[in-house]
Design a protein around this ligand. Structure first.
Ligand SMILES: *[C@@H]1O[C@H](CO)[C@@H](O)[C@H](O)[C@H]1NC(C)=O
Ligand SMILES: *[C@@H]1O[C@H](CO)[C@@H](O)[C@H](O)[C@H]1NC(C)=O
Ligand SMILES: *[C@@H]1O[C@H](CO)[C@@H](O)[C@H](O)[C@H]1NC(C)=O
Ligand SMILES: *[C@@H]1O[C@H](CO)[C@@H](O)[C@H](O)[C@H]1NC(C)=O
Ligand SMILES: *[C@@H]1O[C@H](CO)[C@@H](O)[C@H](O)[C@H]1NC(C)=O
Ligand SMILES: *[C@@H]1O[C@H](CO)[C@@H](O)[C@H](O)[C@H]1NC(C)=O
Ligand SMILES: *[C@@H]1O[C@H](CO)[C@@H](O)[C@H](O)[C@H]1NC(C)=O
Ligand SMILES: [Zn+2]
Length: 615
């Protein structure tokens, strides 16, 4: 039996998870931002600190490991850093180029559904100083212009002196930006005369838009260069303060194919790419603005200067106030220099993803895991806050279980092998994924750099799937139960009436659980009663040899919803309602469970429908 089991394990290695190649793309994109003297709409006032980002400027070369102490530790101010007054949810306009239309009806529907969901979530989180009127993107003066007036003394300083006859269009990655979205351009033949020869007329612009997302579905070489590439992205225009105004997300066509299509995965993929183009990008880190001393986001902000640096262990980190605070809170550490660690496969260079060893499961990790294991985490939202371009609703962050309270050394290469943390594993064999929904096998991957964690098997590893029971019948002697309330436990239980000579070391097994409080639960194995499972201990089960271990802080972590006076829990969003003469129908989104007299509650996954009959 053992032999067969091991052979199966080899077949069930986790799927190549989805990778992001953002950092291979963005450096090649020429980013356009308004020149100091080039009037373009939208016009911003009161901004005198923004330096013009020059994408061609050489990347910093002064990175040395010993720089740690040269960095000025920024004062972490206790004053509220942001004040949302006057800021409103960002309006992201999605624009699908003509070239993209080779989608089938089903694929197109999938794309639109996933995009509107992703855009909806992101704009619920981020608020901006909205662009008044219509948004017009800039034309790249270095493209439409052959000569520019460079004498600062002339009126037409920095304006175009001679047209480039070969000028055709503006692009965002490989999307052609419609003329309608672009400001006009012209030539000033005399250095001091305001007379302009129009080259291109002003476009109509985009109404009600703070960011335009060009969404392209393609089947490019980049999609096939590596397995697991679902999408890639780049931003291509910024405003005077450096905030990205336009970007493109390319979704690989094969992402839509077949039975394996997952809506949640596509939503997360689009969100991940959106966060890149909105600011979580190594090409933008050093243009982030420090708004901690301004009365409101976006105004009178200073430059952070260089925000990334290398710590004593060679880990590149982001050192900005909100990120440091979020790291301290997450790891339960008061270490002052606890920056947000960036994935550092390209040695000593920052990347646009969090370090997977420390922030496994984050929406901004380089590889997205299965959708149910991915979190829109507090660190990512803190980073977006520190761009200085957004007010971020931090309470929209999802809890990130990975590494919670594990201290500042958590996830370092020095500690991941020493059995000090239950989040990492050594040896081989079946265990439990850290969220306890899946059985897992102890493995590494290219982003873990030799550290190993229990990763879900590709197949049949979810304890909550009843159908997995049939496949795992061989393990009946261990008392496993696959059911919706089952979770993964380390156990070496075996039935007493079966003779087994060898004493087994514990492995991941599925048993039922039910919460009796926060971090308190009971366990039931096949044929047993419900048994209390005190966290941190191992319990015995009548009729079985061996023990079940009760994980600490692994199960039953969220409080049941607080009792409410109002029938609507504050986090509840009303999606829609209508009334007939006797009934009101209200559809709510993601509320916690609650009961209310005269209201019948029906739950289907994340949507709850209430039928309240008026009497
Ligand atoms: C995984 O499941 C699929 C469908 O349920 C099946 O076709 C495939 O053979 C399974 N793979 C393994 C390794 O068991
Ligand atoms: C911008 O700063 C320059 C000097 O750095 C100053 O001369 C100019 O008046 C400032 N403009 C505004 C609008 O504050
Ligand atoms: C936000 O700032 C405005 C003034 O700029 C102030 O009146 C208001 O009370 C502040 N709101 C919060 C929540 O701090
Ligand atoms: C922030 O997000 C939370 C959770 O999504 C929501 O309940 C709350 O209303 C939001 N706050 C603001 C100011 O948008
Ligand atoms: C960690 O545990 C494994 C298995 O229990 C053991 O082989 C290994 O030596 C331990 N490592 C350390 C550093 O204690
Ligand atoms: C052992 O006990 C269980 C439950 O009492 C029973 O289902 C199973 O058939 C027994 N196995 C043997 C080999 O007697
Ligand atoms: C089960 O594992 C524990 C250690 O976790 C060990 O002490 C015990 O001997 C094992 N029991 C059996 C029956 O294998
Ligand atoms: Zn990415």
């Amino acid at each position: 039996m053992r032999k067969i089991f091991l052979w199966l394990l080899l077949l069930c290695l986790p799927t190549a998870f989805q990778k992001c190649i953002f950092d291979d793309i963005q450096p090649w994109v020429r980013v356009v931002s308004p020149l100091p003297n080039q009037p373009t709409s939208p016009k911003h006032t009161g901004d005198n600190q923004t330096r013009n980002t020059n994408p061609k400027a050489p990347q910093r070369t002064d990175r040395v490991v010993s720089q740690k102490h040269q960095r000025i530790i920024r004062q972490i101010t206790s004053r509220t850093q942001s004040n949302s007054s006057g800021l409103l949810p960002i309006r992201i306009r999605t624009w699908i180029p003509q070239e993209s239309f080779a989608l089938s009806h089903v694929e197109r529907e999938r794309l639109e559904l996933a995009t509107s969901k992703a855009v909806g979530i992101v704009s619920d989180i981020l608020s901006v100083d909205r662009i008044p009127g219509r948004m017009l993107l800039s034309r790249d003066i270095n493209k439409f212009c052959k000569f520019i007036w460079k004498d600062a003394a002339v009126i037409n300083y920095n304006k175009c002196a001679r047209a480039n006859e070969n000028y055709r269009m503006e692009n965002c990655l490989d999307v052609t930006i419609p003329d309608d979205h672009l400001s006009g351009c012209g030539v000033y033949l005399h250095p001091n005369s305001q007379t302009m020869l129009v080259l291109r007329p002003e476009g109509r612009g985009l109404p009600d838009t703070d960011f335009v997302l060009y969404l392209h579905t393609r089947s490019t070489d980049k999609c096939h260069a590596e397995p697991g590439v679902l999408a890639y992205a780049a931003h291509c225009q910024t405003d005077r303060r450096g905030r990205p105004l336009a970007g493109v997300v390319v979704i690989c066509r094969n992402a839509f194919h077949g039975e394996g299509y997952s809506h949640s995965r596509m939503v997360q993929t689009i969100m991940h790419e959106l966060f890149h183009v909105l600011g979580f990008s190594k090409e933008l880190f050093d243009t982030w603005k420090d708004c901690s001393h301004s009365s409101r986001i976006g105004e009178d902000c200073l430059s952070h200067g260089q925000v990334t640096n290398i710590d004593g262990t060679g880990q590149v980190r982001i050192y900005t106030p909100s990120v440091i605070r979020a790291m301290q809170k997450h790891l339960g550490s008061s270490e002052e220099e606890l920056g947000g660690p960036l994935e550092n496969l390209a040695a000593n260079e920052p990347s646009s993803h969090w370090e997977a060893r420390v922030l496994q499961g984050s929406i901004m990790a380089a590889a997205l895991d299965r959708p149910e294991l991915v979190r829109v985490d507090p660190l990512t939202l803190a980073a977006l806050q520190d761009t200085g371009w957004y007010y971020v609703n931090q309470s929209a962050a999802q809890r990130m279980e990975w590494g919670e309270g594990q201290g500042s050394l958590f996830g370092s290469l020095a500690t991941c092998h020493d059995n000090s943390s239950t989040f990492f594993c050594t040896g081989s064999g079946l265990g439990c994924h850290y969220l306890h929904f899946h059985k897992g096998v102890c493995q590494s991957d290219q982003y873990l750099e030799g550290c190993r964690i229990y990763k879900p098997l590709t197949n049949e590893s979810e304890c909550s799937k009843e159908s997995n029971d049939k496949i795992n019948k061989a393990e009946e002697w261990s008392g496993e139960i696959y059911s919706p309330e089952s979770r993964c436990f380390f156990s070496n239980l075996s039935r007493e009436n079966i003779s087994r000579s060898v004493s087994d070391s514990p492995a991941g097994r599925c048993y039922r659980h039910r919460c009796t409080g926060i971090n308190q639960y009971e366990v039931k194995v096949s044929g047993s009663e419900w048994m209390d499972c005190p966290v941190g201990t191992s319990i015995q089960v009548p009729g079985y040899r061996g023990v079940v271990s009760c994980p600490d802080k692994g199960l039953c972590l969220s409080a049941p919803p607080p009792p409410q006076d109002s029938p609507f829990y504050p986090a509840t969003r009303i999606l829609g309602s209508f009334a007939t003469d006797r009934c009101v129908f209200i559809m709510l989104f993601r509320p916690p469970l609650f009961c209310y007299s005269n209201v019948a509650v029906f739950c289907c996954d994340s949507i709850m429908i209430i039928f309240g009959c008026l009497v």
